[in-house]
Design a protein around this ligand. Structure first.
Ligand SMILES: [Fe+2]
Length: 237
């Protein structure tokens, strides 16, 4: 009954898309990921997969990728990444209905893990591609989604939170952001994120403890495609 996290599978079963063009570490990443998952994760465990599941441009193109994830042992909770074009932000409720009992989709909602609420959203960090006005708009939208997730969990009387983002919680070398402030405001114990790939990017944001909160990067290449344990089984019984 442990909680794990890992992100950025970048699957593409429908179309051949070799990932080793992004670096040697991506060679055979799907079979390595599967082996590591099977060795670590049991059917009683929960895994939050922090976005960028598939290269597919719509749900039909993502079907075999989502089916691969579905077949892995454990309860799977998916977060939305910047590549997840199949996931219309306004239709998370429909995705949760369509995949009920198979996969769960975390956005504008929360999921329970023992006495913790798992909250989250895609997030946003400024990578220098967007105009300042657009940066502000995206930060506002994503922080509002995160607040909704926290508020729903609070209204359901949860007092312990693990917060998930796809993007790193801060822009490169920034010390704090609207996301770190929300984590502090609601008292999240940990902030888990991915999106950063390659040695040059792993240090882009906070890792370790900051203002009493533990920040963890769980990009699949950073973890050598091995799901990271976030919490042990804590409840008795
Ligand atoms: Fe990403």
């Amino acid at each position: 009954m442990a909680l794990y996290a890992i992100g950025d599978f970048h699957l593409s079963f429908m179309f051949h898309k070799p990932m080793e063009v992004f670096g040697e570490e991506w060679k055979d990443h799907v079979s390595r990921l599967r082996q590591n998952w099977l060795a670590r994760v049991g059917k009683e465990d929960t895994v939050v997969i922090t976005g960028d599941h598939s290269w597919g441009r719509n749900l039909r193109e993502c079907e075999p990728d989502l089916a691969f994830i579905e077949k892995l042992p454990g309860r799977k909770i998916l977060l939305r990444g910047n590549h997840d074009l199949f996931w219309d932000a306004k239709k998370t409720f429909q995705l949760n209905q369509q995949f009920a009992g198979r996969l769960e989709f975390l956005q504008d909602n929360f999921f329970a893990y023992e006495d913790y609420a798992l909250v989250g959203t895609k997030g946003y960090c400024d990578e220098g591609r967007d105009e300042p006005k657009q940066v502000q708009k995206l930060l506002k939208r994503e922080s509002a989604r995160l607040r909704t997730s926290f508020e729903l969990a609070k209204a359901a009387d949860y007092k312990k939170f693990i917060m998930f983002l796809h993007y790193p919680p801060t822009s490169i070398k920034e010390q704090k952001s609207v996301f770190t402030r929300l984590a502090e405001e609601y008292g999240a114990e940990k902030v888990i994120y991915s999106h950063c790939h390659g040695k040059q990017r792993y240090g882009d944001s906070i890792r370790g403890f900051f203002h009493g909160i533990e920040y963890k990067l769980v990009s699949s290449d950073y973890l050598a495609f091995c799901p990271e344990r976030i919490l042990e089984h804590t409840l008795l019984g």
